[in-house]
Ligand binder design. Structure first.
Ligand code: FAD
Length: 384
């Protein structure tokens, strides 16, 4: 058994929540250690995908609109400082079916927050995007300044920036905390101990394994499949800026244009089956592929016979209603829990890290929506 350096904060988990928390702490001159079992934004992590949408529309949930807005500024700064861009301003087009309540709520929130947007009627959509079938769509809301983050690479860049600010990174598997309250150290599977004043557990879908009694019943990991379709040769209609990122609300399906020639991305936002993030198969199912082919043929008729060129299988780490979990452990006062990204958390990494660093440093009050007390053991999704 070896006990090493004492840190101000140990962050367990190098996904988007962990690395942005480490970045903000290191930026405040805190001595930070980041530990991950598998590496930064690895293929089993929720942050390990190629791309993630950053949009501002959250209906009447203004808190998330403001966090997106705050985060976009930080993502853009990171992107500008990196080599190839990490943010692609493709625009994001939210498409309402018969019921456009949410679209109208989003438009009102965006107006209040001073965010550029255009409401487009069906006829305008058809004129501007003739490569898309808008059957069943009443109108759309376009955010021209939103877009896509290159997820895996962006998380690696944030960690690199944090290490320039003297944070340290280590690959090691952290064991669930035992015994002392407050916690004095974490222990890894190979017997190393790391002590700190405070500990952040940003373990994504693994939070339930780390705190089985407390979070096992409160974090719901679900299987999510993603498909990429190749465009016909020489056809740029499915690439930015011709096609924006999109979400068909009535279908619960989203996707994005062909970025970095990976293909048109399509995925369902409905929750898949419950899974274990360590053992679930990362091969897309034949049923999922058949669904994606049928959907793409219906919404993008020119891609009817397009081949699937890549697939990804990942997991959402849902809370009961989709609100994040960012709170202190109820029994261990120097342990913090950060997770529950619930299929929409990636974009918020910078604002979440800023908020959590502020809480750890005792500067910010608690936001009730992120509290553990508000997390139920039955799912009833209300945040999209
Ligand atoms: C298919 C898909 C599409 C999505 N699309 C979007 C989108 O378009 N826009 C958006 O904003 N969000 C999106 N999301 C959600 C977003 O990606 C997640 O909410 C976010 O990445 C969660 O990050 P995290 O840091 O909490 O978890 P993770 O990225 O999973 O990181 C947790 C880390 O903790 C580590 N860890 C766990 N246990 C231990 C241990 N014992 N010891 C050491 N390390 C440990 C893991 O190895 C892992 O690296 C999507 C998610 C999926 C799956």
């Amino acid at each position: 058994m070896t006990t090493s350096t004492t840190y101000d904060v140990v962050v367990v988990g190098a996904g988007v929540f962990g690395v942005w928390t480490a970045w903000h702490l290191a930026n405040r001159k805190q001595r930070v250690l980041v530990v991950d079992s598998y590496g930064v934004a690895h293929s089993r992590a929720s942050s390990g995908g190629e791309s993630r949408i950053i949009r501002m529309s959250y209906g009447a949930d203004e808190i998330y609109t403001r966090w997106s807005q705050r985060s976009l500024a930080q993502w853009k700064e990171l992107s500008a400082a990196s080599g190839p861009p990490l943010f692609h301003p493709t625009g994001v087009l939210w498409l309402a079916g018969e019921d456009d309540t949410r679209l109208r709520e989003s438009a009102a929130t965006l107006k209040r927050c001073g965010i550029r947007h255009d409401v487009l009627e069906r006829a305008t959509l058809e004129e501007r995007f003739p490569q898309v079938s808008f059957a069943g769509v009443s109108r759309g809301l376009l955010e021209p300044e939103s877009g896509v983050l290159l997820a895996r690479r962006a998380v690696a860049s944030v960690l690199e920036e944090a290490t320039w600010r003297k944070a340290r990174f280590l690959i090691a598997h952290v064991l669930p905390p035992q015994g002392d309250k407050p916690l004095h150290y974490i222990e890894t599977a190979n017997g190393e101990r790391f002590s700190a004043r405070q500990f952040v557990f940003a373990c994504g879908a693994w939070l339930g394994k780390m705190f089985p009694e407390l979070l096992g019943p409160r974090i719901f990991p679900t299987r999510q499949e993603v498909f990429f379709f190749a465009s016909p040769p020489g056809d740029a209609r499915f690439s930015p800026p011709t096609l924006p990122t999109w979400f068909f609300q009535a279908d619960d399906v989203y996707g994005m244009p062909d970025i970095e020639a990976r293909g048109l991305k399509v995925a369902r936002d409905t929750h898949g089956e419950p899974v274990d993030p360590d053992t679930q198969s990362r091969l897309a199912s034949p049923e999922g592929a058949a669904w994606a082919r049928e959907y793409v043929a219906r919404r993008f008729p020119a891609l009817k016979d397009a081949p699937i060129v890549e697939t990804r299988v990942c997991q959402y780490e849902n809370t009961s209603n989709g609100d994040f979990l960012i709170d202190c452990h109820p029994d261990i006062p120097n342990v913090w829990l950060a997770g529950g990204g619930s299929g929409h958390g990636f974009k918020h990494g910078p604002a979440l890290g800023e908020y959590l660093a502020g809480r750890l440093c005792g500067e910010l009050p608690e936001e009730p929506r992120f509290s553990l007390a508000s997390k139920a053991t039955q799912q009833n999704r209300t945040v999209y």
